[in-house]
Write a protein that binds this ligand. Structure first.
Ligand code: SF4
Length: 112
């Protein structure tokens, strides 16, 4: 009978330890996910959405924890309000250069 009580106590101890360990792992995972949700890149004007070059300003930091609090972050809608455009997820200044004017002013290339 003593063996049965001892085995049951050990089993309860191990089960309790595993249960608390499982809760600790789940809490760590939730904290990590909350931290990853603070990465602002998906709402940033410089985020390209292309896996080859995720960000045109900080390509090494994009979509990682180091991007949290990025000082180059510009929200996508700010690009439109600052008279800039968005091209393929990136921000660029509107091209105010008129190509038709330069073609007329540029001297024609002549073969000798
Ligand atoms: S500028 Fe900063 S916040 Fe924006 S995409 Fe690049 S790393 Fe992310």
């Amino acid at each position: 009978m003593l063996h049965l009580v001892l085995c049951f106590s050990v089993w309860i101890l191990i089960s309790t330890f595993l249960f608390w360990r499982l809760i600790a792992i789940a809490k760590t995972a939730v904290d990590h996910l909350k931290r990853l949700h603070q990465v602002p890149c998906s709402n940033c004007a410089y985020f390209t959405g292309d896996y080859r070059l995720k960000c045109t300003v900080n390509p090494l930091d994009a979509m990682s924890e180091t991007a949290i609090g990025c000082r180059d972050f510009i929200i996508k809608s700010d690009c439109r309000s600052n008279n800039q455009g968005i091209s393929s997820g990136g921000c660029f200044a509107k091209n105010k250069f008129n190509h038709t004017e330069t073609k007329e002013k540029r001297p024609a290339f002549k073969l000798k």
